[in-house]
Design a protein around this ligand. Sequence first.
Ligand code: NAD
Length: 360
Amino acid sequence: LQWEKHVRTSAEIRRAEGMSVLVTGAGGFVGSHVSLALRKRGDGVVGLDNFNTYYDPSLKRARRNLLSKSGIFVVEGDVNDARLLARLFDVVAFTHVMHLAAQAGVRYAMENPASYVHSNVAGLVTLLEACKSADPQPAIVWASSSSVYGLNDKVPFSESDKTDRPASLYAATKKAGEEITHTYNHIYGLSVTGLRFFTVYGPWGRPDMAYFSFTRNILQGKPITVYRGKDKKNLARDFTYIDDIVKGCVASLDTAGRSTGSGGKKRGPAPYRIYNLGNTSPVSVPDLVGILERHLKVKAKKNMVEMPGNGDVPFTHANVSLARNELGYKPTTDLNTGLRKFVKWYLSYYGYNKGDKSGM
Ligand code: NAD
């Protein structure tokens, strides 16, 4: 079959100690970057994405074209498709699964709650079932979220903090994902690492996120809505640059590989880990706008509005000691530098600098 031939070629490992990784959500922001980083150092990578229309699918297809140029094949399909997953695990003995496919965004959960249950709960279970039955069992690294800390007001957030006050359905499905993966870990011996990403931004980012839509509106001379807390305090986020997140993902895959051999079937209990991947220095949303104004050389028209109760939390702040000690994770890009790189990509991708080709 043509499809199987592409999958096999894409999964080929080009370095002695390499791994073969199924990356779900490979057409997405984080998934496309992680896929390219793995391929660059010689690991085998096969992508899976349903290319849904939550945001501009042409951006997802452009990311897929970049992956394809690096020899990465992305299968178009849904993580809820058990037969497709079984076929994939038959064709390739994946050592690892990097699970990034999900319905992201906190606000859209008010409009389409079922899509969160479909992808983040049912889809996760379907994928875990396929991993459970695969031989060898792959080690799983997947994206949880800083949103599990919810209305926790103890800062910075540490992995041992309580996560019992989710502020959105999105957060609740990520928290459910942590419980579900933990269950598969202790019942079926699957190796699982959950990564709590903190507001990831950068080139090829997600158009539904504030820094991206602010950029679009500022350039088009349209007003932007900036939320403030009920106490008039500014919202703040621990914005984390994509390259730092990618390094954390790759280190997690390597660490999971070291402790499970080829993943799964091993002596002793399989590992279950959760790590914060953040930047450790929150920035307020008005300060983020100020940085964008400087890089874009355009003043924003700001509407300051009290935050509606739609799932946003007032602030996030990661403690990354655990990831630093166990994965060697060390974020190195500050918001000013990261946004400069984002703006450069944005202007090029959307044709503001004609003739300037953009790559990752
Ligand atoms: P993204 O939306 O760009 O990527 C997710 C991809 O998964 C999309 O391309 C989408 O088409 C695909 N997808 C969704 N449901 C699917 C399904 N049922 N089957 C197959 N494919 C499906 O989002 P992202 O920002 O790259 O996020 C990646 C992961 O990281 C997600 O799990 C997200 O929840 C998590 N996360 C992201 C951030 C962030 O700031 N970007 C923060 C915390 C957690």
